[in-house]
Design a protein around this ligand. Sequence first.
Ligand SMILES: *[C@@H]1O[C@H](CO)[C@@H](O)[C@H](O)[C@H]1NC(C)=O
Ligand SMILES: *[C@@H]1O[C@H](CO)[C@@H](O)[C@H](O)[C@H]1NC(C)=O
Ligand SMILES: *[C@@H]1O[C@H](CO)[C@@H](O)[C@H](O)[C@H]1NC(C)=O
Ligand SMILES: *[C@@H]1O[C@H](CO)[C@@H](O)[C@H](O)[C@H]1NC(C)=O
Ligand SMILES: *[C@@H]1O[C@H](CO)[C@@H](O)[C@H](O)[C@H]1NC(C)=O
Ligand SMILES: *[C@@H]1O[C@H](CO)[C@@H](O)[C@H](O)[C@H]1NC(C)=O
Ligand SMILES: *[C@@H]1O[C@H](CO)[C@@H](O)[C@H](O)[C@H]1NC(C)=O
Length: 636
Amino acid sequence: MKYKLSLPHFGNTAVVTERIMRGLLVCGGAFLLASISLTPSAEAFFELPSPWGYRCNNSTCVKEENSGVGGLVTLNKCKLTCGPYGVLWPQPTAAFIGNEVVEFLPTSITHKTTCVQQVCDLLEAALTIFKDNLQQYHPDYNFNSTAWKGPWNPATEAHTLQIDVTVKGEETRLTLDTLESYELSVITKSDITTATIIAPTYFGARHALETLSQLIEYEENRDSLMIVSDANVTDSPNFKYRGILLDTSRNFFDVKSIERTLDAMAANKLNTFHWHITDSHSFPLYLESLPNMAFYGAYTSRQIYYPADVRHLVEYGRVRGIRVLPEFDAPAHVGNGWQWGEMQGLGKLAVCVNKEPWQSYCVEPPCGQLNLANPKMYEVLGQIYNEIVELFSPIDLFHFGGDEVNLNCWNTTEEIVSWMTDNNFGLDEDAYYNQWNVFQNKSHQLLTSANSNKEVPGIMWTSHLTKKDHIDQFLSNNQYIIQIWTTGDDPHIAELLNKNYRLIFSNYDSWYLDCGFGAWVGDGNNWCSPYKGWQKVYDNSPHKIATNLTGSSHTDLILGGEAALWSEQVDETAVDSKLWPRGSALAERLWTNPSTNWEQAETRFVHHRQRMVKRGIMAEKIQPQWCHQNEGLCYL
Ligand SMILES: *[C@@H]1O[C@H](CO)[C@@H](O)[C@H](O)[C@H]1NC(C)=O
Ligand SMILES: *[C@@H]1O[C@H](CO)[C@@H](O)[C@H](O)[C@H]1NC(C)=O
Ligand SMILES: *[C@@H]1O[C@H](CO)[C@@H](O)[C@H](O)[C@H]1NC(C)=O
Ligand SMILES: *[C@@H]1O[C@H](CO)[C@@H](O)[C@H](O)[C@H]1NC(C)=O
Ligand SMILES: *[C@@H]1O[C@H](CO)[C@@H](O)[C@H](O)[C@H]1NC(C)=O
Ligand SMILES: *[C@@H]1O[C@H](CO)[C@@H](O)[C@H](O)[C@H]1NC(C)=O
Ligand SMILES: *[C@@H]1O[C@H](CO)[C@@H](O)[C@H](O)[C@H]1NC(C)=O
């Protein structure tokens, strides 16, 4: 009998006879490397076991030379079963994970769902995704299942994974009130492993399937899957809003890369994809009622999101437990795409568009702000809202943007200055803030009427409007949720909490993932350097920030947080590595809100990163692979 021998460090394979094989197994590694002759072979063979194995000791996988003492297992088996949470990410509320695994094949999965029809339909889709994720654990995954070749034990081939899912609730859309909790138990009896999932909603059950997929790994010696034979998990998130922001205006991201982002979010139980869809740089959204916006505003005719793309992504997210939240930033951060007004007899819809020197009229090139003096601007804005609401329907939240208004832009635009003067509004700062507020109020009404008069909470970035001198008179805490983007020690946060505003944290000193690269206007580093490492992302705790600033953790007002990827220096080619695995660090902070810091999470984190890569996400490497194999030895 012949065997295929994999020698990873020599990049070759060898055919050896059974006699040599026995000799190799008896003798040590040095003999092994010195005595074999290499012959390429395409046949299917047993893999020779590695000279290395792993033992779980005190919740740590320890790499040892295989001296025949026994008890050593593969790295994946050790990782699955070692430590209180194995390699679950984000860490669940409570878990018991057994020491043993059973092997099975991805073709041997059956399932039963107990639910109302519309939930069962979603569960079928989630189970299909779940099975495909398992296929991807195979190192030779090639979008079909022909890669699995064995050698299997008869027991492996006979083993079945039976998944029973019970969902009571009927919800098929995520809201801030959706329960995302679940219970999962895994029990093995002879040749059947039963995974039982009980969840109040589809969204909880979907999370349970993610957890289940993390109790499963590839078995390298048998070319099969293995699952922890017995496990129980009880789990629910600490924060309702767990988001990733992607800016598709500074640079364009193709639909495939957004799908990948949603896939990775699902793998991390993140639930909100905040789509900062337009800005002053480009307007990549095609609107049926206003085709000129994309015609004038898209970078090229190929870099456009058509209605079908948006609907596809909204549905793609829903199935993966993710709300796709539109942001239409205004009245600043507009410009390109708005230039067609005069030609159509509507007057100037936006002012300061691409105006130079940009430093005088905005924070980064190119400039642009809506023209408050032009009533036609509101007609166009209303049409935009009508179409956005329809595309993202039904919305449960809407992001109005509302950041970085430059008063000098308005105050140096003749049309606006005359309008301010003619109406006796004045020209001082307060006069402009008042008119900005009138704009916001009108926008809110337009959005509500676009949404069939159903009011939804509006989200706004921290800005002059949200400061303590203004916010009470401008934005009601019933209608608005404020997204923090200043630093975690900003007293502004305390003011908002003391005035009972609901908050979403994206403090840039920890949760801006675009920081720390070279500058793009001038040399040196970009404005929010340094780079926010995963450790910093992980340790950023909204409750601790609130406690520090106000003496209370304000768990009721803090809805959650979001990592932002502003896209001046990234597009679809590098989006994975900028978002991941740092987005996973955010995910555990928001799901688990651990009292421990990144060090306790590192082992699971490194493995989770490997798992995302298997699932097609080009997540950045954070350590040499040696650290994955030698747990706990890469600390300073
Ligand atoms: C297990 O680890 C402990 C320290 O954590 C060590 O004292 C002990 O020798 C280890 N046992 C084995 C079998 O490696
Ligand atoms: C086991 O590991 C924990 C930390 O993971 C450590 O505090 C403890 O000292 C270890 N036990 C032994 C016997 O080394
Ligand atoms: C599936 O795998 C087989 C064998 O590797 C290959 O020939 C075939 O092209 C694959 N099909 C697809 C759709 O990738
Ligand atoms: C896991 O949960 C099942 C069902 O609730 C229970 O029967 C079993 O005892 C639990 N096992 C452990 C180890 O907690
Ligand atoms: C606007 O310009 C006028 C002078 O034309 C000046 O008095 C006023 O302070 C300016 N307002 C702001 C907010 O800068
Ligand atoms: C917005 O405008 C409406 C109608 O003019 C008014 O009733 C309401 O108080 C305004 N809201 C705010 C927050 O200013
Ligand atoms: C709490 O405040 C102190 C003093 O301003 C600061 O050094 C520390 O980093 C803050 N901690 C958090 C979690 O924000």
